[in-house]
Design a protein around this ligand. Structure first.
Ligand code: FES
Length: 368
């Protein structure tokens, strides 16, 4: 694919590069500029872990292409601290109060909080029911920071109400919490916290090794179907593709099925049948993620559609389609008849109330 020239300022430095037009900004930042502070936390653009500041706006860098950022001024978590290493007040606030858990999404929270503070929008936003927990965490960190801010610390009623109810009325509890946070800050773990607030946590997705390869799956469009044929020829012929793996490949090394924690077994890649929509059917390994994704689309799979179950109650009826043919006669253990003392006691209670509850899947749009 022809590449496009992009030029932008990232964390105060001019950057020029050739990128594929379809390259996402998050991939450009992470993989070409090695700025691994912004993370990819979802596939659906809802988590905000990838948030960066672009021309004075917060953007999720997974939702725009690098070419769309041509000419832009971008700031990532790596550009928040001063040149001498002094943390930005927001970073200091998060660090001081350990405003994070694993730290994976913390850079996104800090970047979003930074923009909200710049716009002085935290206070009105906090009153809205849609204010995200990320905003609240940021507000708490800013309030407890010892550093000055260019906007007043937020003190909205909604923000206060997010703190434990008893703590608001009990100075002792409040002091205890702050003491615990400061003890954390003084502990050895604080240096890790300091790394997290600067986007320097080293997560699996941040690891880059020489010669590292990328993978992508071909997935089933069917909820239940027999796999009649898989042709990997076209995918394997794509330049940059190293291997295309199917269940047949895995069988040669006795890895086609794996045990589960429930004492069951499951296919690693579809073996003869797919049992649910989006099940992994083939795995492509390539030199870069875009090549892997392209090649995964070229794997040709011939399916024979089978009746599927879409209702859990109907799925229990005697004439429901059998999905797991390999265990259809199994009577004990996982997916078989219960035989433990606990489950047999549950089967003979003095009273047995029954109620059918349905919780339809909804999107935020359908709730409006
Ligand atoms: S990675 Fe989740 S919103 Fe961008």
């Amino acid at each position: 694919m022809a590449k496009s020239q992009v030029s932008m300022t990232v964390n105060g430095k001019k950057v020029e590069a050739l990128v594929e037009p379809r390259m996402l900004l998050i991939h450009f930042l992470r993989e070409q500029l090695h700025l691994t502070g912004p993370h990819i936390g979802c596939d659906t653009s809802h988590c905000g872990a990838c948030t960066v500041d672009l021309d004075g706006k917060s953007v999720k860098s997974c939702t725009m292409f690098a070419v769309q950022a041509n000419g832009a001024d971008i700031r990532t978590i790596e550009g928040m601290a001063a040149a001498d290493g002094t943390l930005h007040a927001l970073q200091e606030g998060f660090r001081e109060m350990h405003g994070l858990q694993c730290g994976f999404c913390t850079p996104g929270m800090i970047m979003r909080a930074y923009r909200l503070l710049q716009e002085n929008r935290i206070r009105p936003k906090m009153k809205s029911a849609s204010a995200s927990p990320a905003i609240c965490a940021a507000a708490r960190a800013t309030r407890t920071s010892s550093k000055p801010f260019n906007t007043p610390p937020p003190r909205s009623a909604a923000c206060r109400s997010r703190r434990p109810q008893n703590e608001r009325h009990d100075p002792h509890l409040r002091r205890t919490r702050r003491k615990a946070c400061r003890a954390w800050a003084a502990s050895g773990s604080a240096s890790r916290t300091s790394a997290f607030v600067q986007g320097k946590g080293n997560y699996v997705d941040d690891i880059k090794l020489p010669g590292m390869l990328y993978g992508d799956f071909t997935r089933s469009p069917h909820a239940h179907a027999r796999v009649k044929k898989i042709d990997t020829t076209k995918a394997a012929a794509v330049p940059g593709v190293v291997a295309v793996i199917t269940a047949e490949t895995l069988k040669t090394v006795n890895l086609a099925w794996m045990p589960t924690l429930a004492g069951d077994v499951q296919m690693v890649l579809a073996d003869g049948k797919v049992l649910f929509q989006n099940q992994e059917v083939a795995f492509v390994i390539a030199e870069d993620r875009y090549t892997a994704a392209d090649a995964a689309e070229l794997v040709e799979v011939e399916y024979e559609g089978l009746p599927c179950n879409v209702d859990p109650l109907k799925a229990m009826s005697a004439n429901a389609p059998v999905i797991r043919e390999d265990i259809k006669d199994k009577k004990e253990g996982a997916h078989g008849r219960a035989s433990t003392p606990t489950t047999s006691s549950i089967g003979r209670p003095e009273t047995r109330p029954r109620q059918t509850m349905r919780s339809p899947r909804r999107t935020s749009r359908s709730r409006r």
